[in-house]
Write a protein that binds this ligand. Structure first.
Ligand code: GLN
Length: 549
């Protein structure tokens, strides 16, 4: 029978519950424990797919096409545990299921209520991950204890522990121990209150993870333990990390958190801990030998979480090359006004990520033009591929006014358009081309060279496609389709052979990059950008200019 770990949060949001959950999962997995991870989100959207990146950050897509919370990205980057639709539930998804059952008559005349029907549904979602062979299921509860919308979840996990046996369940609570400058000390009261809130619901946390910007003195740890009714050894300090989130599991490993958890759950840890690769990763992140600057032209550049996995994938590629990747985030609307020449001066590569609707698109297209004309390495992702196609059509193939029908329904040259199957779609939620699909790569191309194999599988999230009607005309002017769907019908990758590195893909490769296994396209893009930087420096030296490293 599987054991269960529930991770809750208190005091404030954004404490990094996802990272804490992923880090604990990683240590258990590396000790030979078979794990599954899930996130339960208390909002009413059925999934985050319809939310603005400002509201929610990135929508993280899984192989099965589920549009999920960005914490699932942490789970996949930190562990090898399989994730699928059952790894992320929202209140919307849970209520939808309850209401569908009610309409079918499954409740046989009963009054359908939050307790027991919604809580039973939640317990079912948790149980669904505990398949044979799984030792531990980690369930992260989104939001903060005390939120009205979170109540059914806390009630459900309290009941779950009763059903499964308290000794089979572990409650980990993440809190903040703030430093008050005026008082010159750390404050434990918010943690005490937050635990009181949990205990009111009937949940006694077993482990407290305390986020702090300063070391918590022993006296304060003892105080927290006593007031919160938690063993002293189970009060874990989690100090803010200097450089990278990838340091979090190392901090836990130093404190032997996985041994504490195993001890409390009566769980065997079959293997010794092996995390040298992770230590090397953090060491490289902290001590890069080189630096490279990537211009990142998007619409939500002020919001770091909007393109989370892309930034992470750039870091992974940087680690591979011993380089720090400095991302210069450029607002595409600003670029449309001020011009690519000005805003991209000095960057070593250009990345245009995914996006929706026409705002800012002309800036992205202008950025691609600049990269194509000046030999600046370019990597286009999803909308980035569509922008590259539009730019090439307009400025190389002479198709004036070429556009995507997403941005201009009346364009004379719809080089990007809706597939027939998408034309009848009216609902926005969950109806895009979603999830993993195979892509065949053309021999001799940069994409094929990067991947090193003929067929790859990548995740998708888009509605529009390159219009096959224009493929020949674009190819005649030099745009190479380097990847297609197996039947050849969908354009999956394009590139320009004469250019140092100009590759764009319709998929989202960022969802497959891992810290110690960078995605091949990100790896080669950063590699090309580093070469570009070196060549520029050599040229500047050749002109007798003083060049710093
Ligand atoms: N808006 C484009 C489409 O729907 C691109 C989507 C994306 O970049 N994820 O096809």
């Amino acid at each position: 029978m599987a054991k269960h770990i529930f991770v809750t949060g208190g005091v404030v949001s954004s404490l990094g519950k996802g990272l804490t959950t992923a880090s604990i999962a990683m240590l258990l997995e590396r000790r030979g424990v078979s794990i599954r991870i899930q996130k339960l989100d208390p909002y009413l959207n059925v999934d985050p797919g319809t939310m603005s990146p400002y509201q929610h950050g990135e929508v993280y897509v899984l192989d099965d096409g589920a549009e999920t919370d960005l914490d699932l990205g942490h789970y996949e980057r930190f562990t090898d545990a399989p994730v699928n639709r059952d790894s992320n539930y929202t209140t919307g998804k849970i209520y939808l299921s309850v209401i569908e059952k009610e309409r079918r008559g499954d409740y046989r005349g009963k009054t359908v209520q939050v307790i027991p029907h919604v809580t039973d549904e939640i317990k079912g979602c948790i149980r669904r991950l505990a398949v044979p062979g799984v030792d531990v299921v980690l369930t992260e509860i989104g939001g903060t204890v005390g939120d009205i919308e979170g109540m059914p979840y806390y009630e459900a996990i309290r009941q779950f522990a009763l059903d499964a046996g308290r000794h089979n369940c572990l409650f980990v609570h993440l809190t903040l121990v703030p430093y008050l400058k005026a008082a010159g000390e750390l404050k434990t009261k918010p943690t005490q209150h937050s635990v009181q809130e949990l205990r009111k619901i009937g949940i006694q946390p077993d482990v407290l993870v305390c986020r702090t910007e300063r070391e918590i003195p022993e006296g304060d740890c003892e105080k927290i333990a006593q007031f919160c009714n938690v063993e002293r050894r189970a009060v874990i300090e989690e100090k803010d990390k200097e450089v990278s989130v990838y340091e979090v599991p190392l901090g836990f490993a130093d404190r032997k958190v996985e041994e504490l958890i195993a001890d409390k759950l009566g769980l065997a840890l079959p293997k010794p801990l092996q995390i040298d690769d992770w230590r090397r990763l953090v060491d490289r992140l902290k001590n890069p030998a080189h630096e490279v600057t990537v211009g990142f032209v998007g619409k939500y550049v002020k919001h770091r979480d909007a393109y989370k996995s892309v930034y992470e994938a750039l870091d992974h590629a940087g680690v591979h090359h011993h380089a720090r990747v400095r991302v210069v985030r450029i607002d595409s609307e600003k670029l449309a006004v001020e011009g690519a020449e000005k805003l991209l001066a000095g960057v070593d590569g250009l990345l245009v990520p995914g996006g929706f609707d026409r705002r800012g698109v002309e800036g992205k297209i202008d950025a691609v033009r600049f990269a194509r004309e000046t030999g600046l390495p370019f990597f286009g992702i999803c909308l980035g591929l569509q922008c590259a196609t539009i730019e090439f059509a307009r400025n190389v193939a002479g198709l004036a006014g070429a556009n995507s029908t997403e941005f201009d329904m009346e364009t004379p040259h719809p080089v990007v358009c809706l597939l027939e199957e998408q034309q009848a779609v009216t609902d926005l939620g969950g109806t895009q081309r979603l999830g993993a699909s195979p892509c065949h790569l053309l021999p001799g191309t940069k994409a094929r060279q990067a991947y090193g194999v003929d067929v790859v599988s990548e995740r998708h999230r888009h509605r529009y496609e390159v219009n096959n009607h224009y493929r020949e005309r674009l190819a005649a002017r030099g745009l190479v389709v380097s990847g297609t769907s197996p039947d050849g019908n969908l354009v999956e990758a394009v590139e320009l052979p004469g250019h140092p590195w100009f590759v764009a893909v319709q998929c989202h490769p960022e969802f497959r990059s891992k810290p110690t296994q960078p995605h091949p396209l990100f790896r080669d893009f950063v590699g090309a950008s580093l070469r570009c930087r070196r060549e520029r420096k050599d040229e500047a030296r050749g002109r007798g200019e003083r060049v710093t490293v």
